[in-house]
Design a protein. Structure first.
Lengths: 631, 501
């Protein structure tokens, strides 16, 4: 039986946003403006609940029934532990701030009721992912965040680019979910139908999965990579990273909440939840670490040549997600390959937390800038905004510094934790990935400096930038809160609130410290040197600007493999199946048809004749032929 | 007269009454509502109803013929009731949306199909099961020929193709059923009573290989009716051509008869057949044809009705997968998906029908921007489209996930058999479904409308039955236990238990 004490709060947390979304869907004609208020109110209540949850004990209550057949049973259950409590706090706090920000940003949008409805749907789905106590439930909400992301990216669906971007996001994620489902099914089979996280964990410690991990390494590797494929889609890792930059077609608050802070990080969250699966296969862990490292480096290179302020941030998100995924892989290598005890906390989760705050702030900041510049997004058409938008400037500066990893700010600590981990890993992958991490850090410092200098300094390059004014208080307030959180999150009460996900390191490596500070100095220095006082980009690297031509390559693949194959198969089907299997009946049909026409002289009559004859034959067979066969 | 008999006969009487001159719409809608209420009533009663040894509740029988023994026997278990619920829901929506300018034959045909389907689902005598299904087929052919979309030449040829295919399928089926009756009529007298046949099959089962042979004949017969690859090529043109209520009722309800027949007749009588390797592999191969080949064919379609018609053929592959797996979870998933698919495809065909009558074209390239003009229409379509691509929270997902999970039940194993490999390939079909559905959705609702090619929402009363269908998808999708739990006993448990011996 579900324990009332522990299940009522999470149930409310899960159902409140769902009810809100349903009420808005059904009652938007009656409610009008009230539905916006309802959505914000529900986000606020969710925040309060998750705040209360921070102080509760670990538990795994069943919230709602879902499926039950014989012994097989899948419920909507929750796993409340340090990881989910912390993530829940991130999701609801940033969620609430983004709701508030949107009140200002979407004020003049005609479809803002639909916007807030979708936002509530997102809060529901994301809550489900964070609470999920088993893999099937996680998959359910996994797909549902995909839906809300689809709806929000395509909010301005009249715009062809937004419509295409939303479709691309959903389909790319579907490819990831294909692998995710296979991984879940493999674990389901191997673990006798139990896919709860607690059940899987104990089975990996000593149980059927422990045995299989030793006896059938291929199976384990494929299962781990299947699960990982889900994260590759959701967290936009190479080679499925292409949807995230396009997702910037959505309204900017959505980019902040979904495509920077929470949903895209769900892949990392899920991998950490399933870390026991990855730890069971050294080869899978190695692949994951390298995919993460590759994504981090590649996305950082692309970010250096983007001109759209949101796209720079989007590639930066890709790059940081790659960092987290790399950390997941590295820790698994360390645990499985070197029998290293995994300490409390996880560097990937720690970076996820810190990144969520400063990246949400950067996106909301860019939203304030875009709002002030009348929906201009090209950084080369901005400039000199420091004077016009001082608060945005200040918060943006804090966010940029945190993202670069300036010592003392949250991003510095979490980046150090990952680099330190890479440094410690004795596996041959450790050292090259450490340098990939340092290189990415340098590139991050470079492209953020570039964006910051071009946007805020120099002279306004267009009329829009010249007339920019500071955003209204409803938009400034969330920025200020996030800036505060970024400043104090590693040390102050917030860290204690999140029960300090920071992994405890035995020692600080001087090499790591020196390398990362050197990377910071080189990156910032090069950025200032190249971009100070410039009106157009002195660098022109086509390969980076065009994102290594992934979109073009994929377009060809889709055209050849999918559309071409579809065309080919359709032709084949017409020729053979329809031709051979249908030609004969068609031949009979014409013969019978003409015979029937001769007999009765009309189409309608010939149908009825044929069918009548059929019924007669059946009756004849049943009554006269069958009895004799029986004897 | 028992309630089940009334439920079966009421639509047939309504059809007769309309033919004799009763007001078409009033009679038709009235009867549909009445039937909906009665079936819902039965569902609630079913919990406390006494279930016979056969697993049926509400049983009654009237002897028609002594030798061979044929009786008009009716009875319902969980699966039959779910199918009956599907029938009355879709029938209600289908007759409600027939506009007043259509001739009475639309209502007559719809009621005949509904009555025939209900008879086929609720009878317990093989003869009547078969006869009711044939009865329901006739109006399908006629309506395609007389009132189909497109030019008369096309309608005629499509109607012919459908007739020939389904006629041939029915003949193979007849042969298979005759074989079954001959094998399982114990005591020297032929019987068509399903319960008697099942008792005989339980006491003296056939060798597994012989079971598989008979099963194959039934599979081809029933399979043709369900558009199992490669016997499918009648289905897509038939649905694209058929008038909207017929397309809704046939693709949503009547097509499920083939699957229902396999579950009701073939699998209980021949429980080991599906676990015979060659038969299982043959079925897996054919259903992959449905999922992968037709999935690709669907991607290549340029008109909404062709997309929907082909997708409906494709999704049959997943239900067959549930049958091929043969475990209790997978079989229940198959039943769930039969219900879910029926509702979702009927919803989509109804909306496509409205689009055709309002705008005059279903060519995807010409459509666009409806999302801004007709929000309620858009939301309803989204329900159908996302249900059919298996979005969690809508009913189809619950069925699909049960089928997938039920195919992975060789517990403790770390080896894949052909069944698991099939699931892996079939899962790729889920990606393809998303490709063609979202492509269609983007073409119809996103972007901007071309001049003159837009429509506005219909009135609330007009879309009421469609809202009902969407609500059914949502409720069953969020609470699949509701549908599973309503049923305390059904044939599925029997099949998987019998196979285990």
């Amino acid at each position: 039986m579900p324990d009332q004490e522990t299940s009522s709060l999470p149930t409310l947390l899960l159902l409140l946003p769902l009810l809100t979304a349903l009420v808005i869907l059904l009652g938007n004609k009656v409610l009008k403006g009230a539905s916006v208020a309802l959505s914000v109110f529900s986000a606020a209540v969710c925040f309060i609940i998750s705040f209360i949850l921070l102080g509760t004990q670990d538990s795994s209550p069943i919230l709602l029934p879902f499926l039950e057949v014989g012994k097989f049973r899948i419920a909507i259950d929750a796993l409340i532990d340090q990881q989910s409590r912390g993530m829940m706090f991130i999701v609801t706090s940033i969620g609430l701030l983004v709701h508030l920000f949107s009140l200002g940003y979407m004020k003049e949008d005609e479809a803002r009721v639909r916007f807030f409805g979708s936002l509530s749907l997102f809060m529901f789905s994301m809550t489900g992912i964070v609470l999920a106590g088993n893999l099937v439930m996680m998959f359910i909400f996994w797909e549902l965040v995909g839906l809300s992301s689809y709806l929000l990216i395509g909010h301005w669906f009249e715009k062809p680019s937004a419509a295409e971007a939303s479709k691309k996001a959903f389909l790319t994620n579907r490819i990831g979910d294909f692998g995710f489902m296979i991984g879940i099914l493999m674990l389901f089979m191997a673990n006798h139908g139990d896919v709860s996280f607690l059940g899987l964990k104990s089975s990996f410690a000593e149980g059927p999965l422990h045995e299989i991990a030793k006896s059938n390494t291929t199976f384990m590797m494929l299962a781990a990579l299947g699960i990982f494929m889900g994260a590759v889609g959701k967290s936009a890792q190479f080679p499925l990273h292409v949807w995230l930059p396009d997702a910037m077609e959505g309204p900017t608050p959505v980019s902040a909440l979904i495509h920077a802070a929470t949903m895209v990080a769900a892949g990392v969250f899920m991998l950490v939840r399933c870390s026991f699966v990855i730890e069971a296969s050294l080869s899978a862990a190695t692949i994951i670490a390298w995919i993460g490292g590759l994504t981090a480096l590649m996305a950082a290179l692309m970010a250096t040549q983007q001109n759209d302020i949101k796209r720079v941030l989007a590639y930066s998100t890709l790059s940081q997600l790659g960092y987290m995924v790399m950390a997941v892989g590295l820790l698994a290598i360390q645990v499985s390959g070197e029998h290293h005890e995994a300490g409390p906390g996880h560097p990937a989760m720690f970076h996820l937390y810190t990144h969520a705050f400063f990246k949400a702030m950067l996106f909301l900041g860019s939203g304030a800038i875009i709002y002030a510049c009348h929906h201009e997004q090209d950084i080369w058409k901005m400039g000199g905004l420091m004077k016009h938008m001082p608060v945005t400037f200040a918060t943006f500066a804090i966010g940029t510094a945190a993202l670069m990893g300036v010592p003392g700010l949250s991003g510095f600590f979490s980046k150090e934790a990952i680099l330190g981990l890479a440094f410690e890993v004795k596996n041959p992958s450790g050292s090259p990935l450490f340098w990939v991490g340092v290189g990415t850090a340098m590139l991050t410092a470079f492209y953020m400096t570039r964006m910051f200098v071009v946007t805020f300094f120099g002279k306004p390059r267009t009329e829009n930038a010249h007339h920019a004014v500071e955003a209204p208080i409803i938009m400034i307030f969330p920025l200020a809160v996030l800036a505060l959180l970024t400043l104090i999150s590693p040390i102050g009460p917030v860290a204690r609130l999140l029960q300090a996900m920071e992994p405890k390191h035995a020692e600080n490596h001087p090499t790591v410290m020196i390398a990362s500070i050197a990377a910071l100095i080189v990156g910032v220095g090069a950025g200032i040197f190249l971009y100070r006082g410039k009106d157009k980009d002195p660098l022109n690297i086509k390969l980076f600007a065009n994102k290594f031509y992934f979109d073009e390559i994929y377009a060809v693949i889709v055209q050849v493999c999918q559309d071409g194959l579809a065309w080919f198969v359709t032709g084949l089907e017409r020729l053979f199946v329809d031709g051979l299997v249908a030609r004969l009946p068609a031949f009979i049909a014409t013969r019978l048809g003409s015979a029937a026409r001769v007999l009765t002289g009309g189409q309608l009559q010939s149908y009825t004749f044929l069918l009548g004859a059929g019924v007669l034959i059946v009756i004849y067979l049943v009554i006269f032929v069958l009895p004799h066969l029986g004897h | 007269m028992s309630l089940l008999e009334i439920i079966i006969l009421l639509p047939l009487i309504a059809a007769l009454a309309i033919w004799l001159g009763a007001p078409a719409r009033t009679t038709s809608v009235g009867v549909s509502v009445l039937n909906l209420i009665m079936v819902l009533g039965l569902l609630f009663q079913f919990k406390s109803a006494s279930v016979g040894k056969s697993g049926f509740a509400f049983e009654s029988a009237r002897t028609v013929l002594e030798n061979p023994s044929i009786s008009f026997g009716v009875g319902a278990d969980g699966v039959a009731l779910i199918m009956a619920l599907l029938t009355v829901l879709v029938a209600f929506a289908a007759v409600w949306q027939i506009s007043d300018d259509k001739p009475g034959i639309y209502h007559i045909a719809s009621q005949l199909i509904a009555g025939g389907a209900l008879g086929a689902f609720l009878c317990t005598d093989v003869f009547f099961i078969y006869a009711f299904h044939e009865l329901a087929l006739i109006p399908t052919f006629l309506m395609i020929a007389l009132h189909g979309h497109g030019d008369a030449e096309n309608c005629r040829s499509v109607a012919w193709k459908t007739t020939i295919y389904l006629g041939a399928g029915s003949l193979v089926l007849l042969a298979g059923l005759a074989w079954v009756v001959l094998e399982f009529s114990g005591g020297g007298q032929l019987t068509f009573d399903l319960n008697a046949l099942r008792a005989q099959a339980a006491t003296s089962p056939l060798p597994a290989d012989k079971q598989a042979q008979i099963f194959l004949v039934l599979l081809i017969g029933f399979g043709t009716l369900v558009s199992l690859f490669p016997f499918h090529s009648w289905a897509a043109p038939a649905y694209a051509t058929a008038p909207t209520p017929v397309a809704m009722l046939h693709s949503g309800v009547l097509k499920k008869f083939g699957l229902y027949g396999l579950l009701r007749i073939a699998m209980p009588l021949l429980p080991q057949a599906i676990h015979v390797a060659w038969l299982q592999e043959a079925l897996l191969f054919m259903l992959l044809g449905n999922v992968l080949v037709i999935g690709l064919v669907t991607i290549n379609q340029k008109r909404l009705d062709d997309v929907l018609a082909n997708s409906s053929v494709m999704h049959m592959g997943y239900i067959f997968l549930g049958l091929a797996a043969g475990t209790e979870i997978a079989l229940r998933g198959a039943v769930m998906l039969m219900f879910a698919h029926g509702i979702s495809i009927a919803l989509l065909f109804a909306l496509a029908g409205r689009l055709r009558s309002q705008i005059g074209t279903l060519e995807l390239n010409k459509l666009g921007g409806l999302g801004a003009h007709a929000p309620a229409f858009t939301i309803l379509f989204a329900f159908g489209a996302f249900a059919s691509i298996g979005l969690p929270g809508l009913a189809n997902f619950a069925g699909e996930v049960m089928i997938f999970v039920g195919s992975f039940t060789n517990f403790g194993s770390a080896q894949f058999t052909s069944l698991q490999w099939t699931v892996v390939l079939a899962l790729w079909g889920v990606v393809m479904s998303a490709v063609y559905m979202l492509r269609a959705y983007r073409h119809i609702f996103h972007g901007t409308a071309s001049a003159g090619l837009f429509m506005t929402d219909s009135s609330l009363s007009q879309r009421f039955p469609l809202v009902l269908l969407a609500a059914a998808l949502l409720i069953v999708g969020c609470c699949p236990w509701l549908l599973l739990g309503l049923i305390k006993s059904d044939l599925v448990a029997g099949i998987s238990a019998a196979a285990a011996h």
